[in-house]
Design a protein around this ligand. Sequence first.
Ligand SMILES: Nc1ncnc2c1ncn2[C@@H]1O[C@H](COP(=O)(O)OP(=O)(O)OP(=O)(O)O)[C@@H](O)[C@H]1O
Length: 846
Amino acid sequence: MGAHSTAGTAHDGVGGADAAVDGVPGDGPAAAREDAPALTLRAIVRRFWRYTTGDRSKLMAAFLLMALATACDTYVVTMFARIVDGATVARSMDAVWPSAVEWMVLTAVGGLLSVLGGSLMVGAAERFVFRLRHDVFAHLQRLGPSFFSAHPTGDLISRLSTDIDGVEGLASSGIVTTIIAVGTAIAYASAAVLVRWQLAVIVVALAPLMWVTSRITGRFTRTAARVERAAAGEVGTSIQQSLQNLPIVQSYGTEHVESARLDHHGTVWWRARARESRLQMIYGPITTIIQSGALLAVLIAGAAFIASGELTVGGLFGFAAYLGYLYPPLSQLGSLHLTVTSASASCERLLEILDAEPEVRDAPGAADSPVAHGRVELRDVRYVYPGTESAGLDGVSLEVRPGQFVLVTGPSGAGKSTLTRMLLRFVDVQSGAILLDGVDVRDRTISSVRAAVTLLPQKPMLFDLTVRENIAYARPDASDDEIEAAARDAGALDFIRELPDGFDTVVGEDGASLSGGQRQRLAIARALLRTSPILVLDEPTTGLDAPTARAVLDPLRRLSGGRTTIVVSHDLTPARDADLVVVLDEGRVVQQGRHADLLTRRGVYADLWAAQQGHRPDDGSDAGSDDDLEPRTSRVPAAVLAAAASGSPRRGALRPTPAPTPAPTPRPVPPPRRRGPVPALVPDAVTNPLRLLALAAADAALTRPTALHPGASNASLRAPRDRKPGIVGSAPSAAPAPSPAAPPGRPAPAPAPAHAVPATTSGPRYTPTAMPVPGPRDPASGPTPASRPHPSSGPAPASRPHPSSGSSRHDGTSSPRRRTVADLVSGAPAGRSAHRRPDAETSSPR
Ligand SMILES: Nc1ncnc2c1ncn2[C@@H]1O[C@H](COP(=O)(O)OP(=O)(O)OP(=O)(O)O)[C@@H](O)[C@H]1O
């Protein structure tokens, strides 16, 4: 047990480093990072040279071939004097022709050798990229949730593509080129010394100037390269996130916000890139000046030698030719420093991934034996996400016998998903233990634990493959019959048969061509195909209507075929079938037992059940009747149910409600808030669907304009380094309202008052001037909606700061939180029940 890893400890450091790397110029941590010493060539080669394994003999052959090519070229230069002096001094062409033939043959041979060497080197270089990318990606797949919450996908893709190319340019072909440059320079310098050492001294004496120039240019290049690489990552992130959320972007009409976000990072990128290129360009002319100064010095000295009869014209001509060959490798060596500086920014970004510690790893001597029975035991399990203070799970103890069917439920943020992550060892407990068949999961290998537990994640997560391939992903060797049986069991067979190519239909990225319910059923089929003793289903009925949910859940127990099945769900439909219902709240088990027993007791479970039923069990209705064993989901508006289930209601927070009212016909219901309590929304909305309608409209009115508001745009353009590792679901935030410049042909909009902007939650923002923020869509339409008083709420809600709701902005001032629908319902001042992390709501001691 002593070897057990402590989850997340390494990731605090990772997050910090990321904050620096992801910054933009002028931002504190990024600026600090820009001044950090660059990786040396030695350090880069030491870390990355191993990716040349398997190609070193080819690199050596390439080196030899290119060295021979250089020797041919050097020898050709020695013929300058022979040809010129043959014609001018001996006044005979007899010696010229053989030399000319020799010249052409050697030049052709040198060219051929250099092509052969180059092609060997290219192959080795591309394989270097292949191996490095493979390793970085493989390591990335071992990292845990904390790393990914601190590193956006787009940035990681940029690291895996452009940064890897940058390293290759240095670590493999770069090294060979450098060695050849050194060899060539030495060869030409030696030949020059042999021809006339006095002239050679003049040439070599000027060479250090090139080195000094490259050092000075390199210092500036380093900063530009770091900013450029970080900005390239931000560009990737912007594109990836915008495309991923395109339906929201298009439906909210925020295309211009997304374009502005991309433009912001794009501007940082091209400026840094241009700066880097300009600096490298400066190096070229400076070396040309140095070269031509050297040539002039050689000509003057050479002329003096000719005058004194110590040198022939051909000798001087030949020496001058050496200069033409000697300076390119010297100049190349000088620019190598610039290349190292520039590539070291890419190296740092890759090493940040390679050096990140996985949150879980196999303990020495961990058992790789399979889990035979599927007994699951949690003993006083505690887990706190890195960077947070409140526990995701806190003292959870639970015993699930093999083959049992357990429903884990509870309000949003209760710790249900955390529990599934721990069962699969995505993270490890910080205290307590999880045992499978009586063995601590940390004493088992990660692969054996994951082979024993099949996860059906909350989000279906399909691949852009065929239906068959998606189902068989769980078991690639499954037969067609087994795949079909899994599809049938998951209730997916009918719709699959109706698809254009049946099982061979490609489902698109993340199942884009399917409905939410169809995606879910494919994911269930995939999970059912896996033969493992434990099934963990996280919200299996998400996206399914009530009859389909039943169709999936009814046979679940039978299908599980004796497998231990843990269903994590807000939806209590499976409760009746469960051997055990476990109710989590604030990371603790607050109730457990059978459904019928729990209904007879007051508590969170009865409240949740009542919310799904649309009435409380103790409101005079028959709590324990058969009727109550069947959640009447269809009688209550879906949004209300979701809000009830996700609202984290405290015990007794739900007021008695009369019998459920029929659901109103299609209406614009806002999506339920997934986190944070909604104290009075549920009962009120249940009893008064019309009010819910009004609230939905109010929410839309409050939400949509803010996306168009300059301040809101600013908020959406938060610097990624604001992201705290391991923190999810933070409240929407915004920067202070900038004074947007008037677009051409439009009057300048009135600057939004600072108090009319939604409050920030944490961390610095981009300053308004540093960022291209679009102006309001229609400046002629008067004050921005966020500053306009809401008809039902008196003075502009956002302009009324709540004493406790102000949050710290980067300038140290506080601003009020925007009122939410829940605020309006409950009459709470702005910010009381705004979208917040659930753990931020739990002020009561546990
Ligand atoms: N990656 C993370 N970093 C930091 N805190 C987290 C992270 N994931 C979850 N939490 C916090 O841990 C607590 C439990 O979250 P969890 O996702 O397990 O709840 P849940 O019961 O599954 O909620 P829901 O039903 O809304 O999915 C919450 O307070 C949540 O904010």
